[in-house]
Design a protein around this ligand. Structure first.
Ligand code: SF4
Ligand code: SF4
Length: 367
């Protein structure tokens, strides 16, 4: 007997009200097409006459919530059509992440009460590290005088692999749901180029989008995303190079400024911190009703956590050789561990689903 794991993971998979509402609005937009040049959602939408649940989910994950279409629309309230496409797609997007990532109840909980949950998790993990520090080995050097290398390596290996497995399964479910075909190198290349440039965050015009204010076009959100994304990748490369130095060359942290981990990690941390601060400011100023208001707290918790990791990493570097290293290292590693453990249930998953949506979009355009 063949067992459909996908069906088991999504029992019944009832068509949500968010999907129905988004489909109603997409049908209107598909007839109107005024916003055709705004982003990749509209060209993809015009390829269909009727939208399946998978089509709606794919279009929702292509949307960047730039809000340009809302401010340009003549059918927003008080018009009887009550168009609010950015919100309709944002709600389907969140629903899709909650549905595809296992266990779905956890994603829902984090999205609903993200600030308190992230705070509690980071505090609990920092306390755990404080206990581990109290029981530290006598012989440790550098950072390993604060926490043993074995403890760090074990904790972070498990904590980074587990989310990757959950996200991979979630992406596989997404791919089946949106009817994805076999992926070629060309599809991947097109999607990675679009993602690397954050092309769609320009709002379809050279002036940028008006995410935080109706009459103000700005590139701020795009540049802030660039800062966070490239900063994150530089920090990731820094960690990978430090692993090579430790295991292959026998050189232990902390490393001097003129070393590969520092030359990648310091600019990466600065970029992430600055990008995160700008994103926090934009999110506070932006109109909540044009996103998914129910998950605003969870999204803000994610940006705060990411910014705290980057800022505490920079602070740790500045404090090298002082007594502040111990509490800073414990707080920094606690925040990183919280980030890894909550990764599949936070806004971080949008990076993976967006890339999958771009690959699917490249397939559709190539037909
Ligand atoms: S958002 Fe409004 S103006 Fe834009 S395509 Fe849809 S219905 Fe037309
Ligand atoms: S909010 Fe922006 S990205 Fe989303 S559909 Fe409207 S114009 Fe496109």
């Amino acid at each position: 007997m063949q067992i459909d794991i996908f069906a088991l993971a999504n029992p019944g998979d009832p068509q949500g009200t968010a999907t129905q509402e988004a489909r109603r609005q997409l049908d209107i937009c598909n007839a109107c097409r005024y916003c055709e040049g705004y982003c990749s959602v509209f060209p993809a939408m015009t390829l269909s006459r009727a939208f399946s649940d998978g089509d709606v989910t794919q279009l929702a994950n292509l949307c960047h919530n730039c809000r340009g279409c809302y401010y340009a629309c003549q059918y927003t309230e008080p018009h009887e059509f009550k168009l609010n496409l950015p919100r309709a797609l944002a709600e389907v997007r969140v629903e899709s992440w909650e549905k595809f990532i296992w266990p779905s109840g956890l994603a829902h909980l984090f999205q609903k009460s993200g600030v308190s949950l992230a705070g509690a998790l980071a505090t609990g993990i920092a306390l755990l590290f404080a206990v581990a520090y109290a029981m530290r080995p006598e012989s440790g050097q550098g950072f390993y005088a604060v926490l043993s290398h074995t403890l760090m390596a074990t904790l972070f290996s498990v904590a980074s692999l587990l989310p990757l497995v959950l996200v991979s399964v979630g992406l596989w479910r997404y791919w089946r749901y949106v009817g994805g075909d076999r992926i070629t190198l060309q599809h991947l290349r097109d999607a990675l180029v679009d993602a690397g440039k954050l092309k769609n965050l320009s709002g379809g015009s050279a002036k940028g989008c008006n995410y935080e204010k109706q009459d103000r076009f700005t590139m701020a959100r795009r540049w802030a995303h660039h800062g966070v994304m490239w900063g994150f990748l530089l920090c990731f490369a820094s960690t990978a190079s430090a692993t090579v130095l430790h295991y292959v060359m026998g050189m232990e942290a902390p490393y001097p400024l003129i070393s590969v981990p520092k030359l990648l990690g310091v600019p990466g941390g600065v970029l992430m911190t600055l990008g995160g601060i700008v994103l926090i400011g934009l999110k506070v100023r932006a109109e909540k009703s044009l996103g998914a208001p129910a998950v605003w707290g969870g999204e803000m918790a994610f940006v705060l956590l990411l910014t705290a990791i980057a800022a505490s990493g920079i602070a740790l570097y500045c404090a090298t050789g002082t007594a502040a290293v111990r509490p800073l290292l414990i707080g920094h590693l606690g925040a990183i561990l919280a980030f890894y453990l909550t990764l599949p249930f936070t806004k971080m998953v949008h990076m993976f689903f967006r890339l999958a949506a771009l690959v699917r979009d490249a397939q559709t355009r190539a037909r």
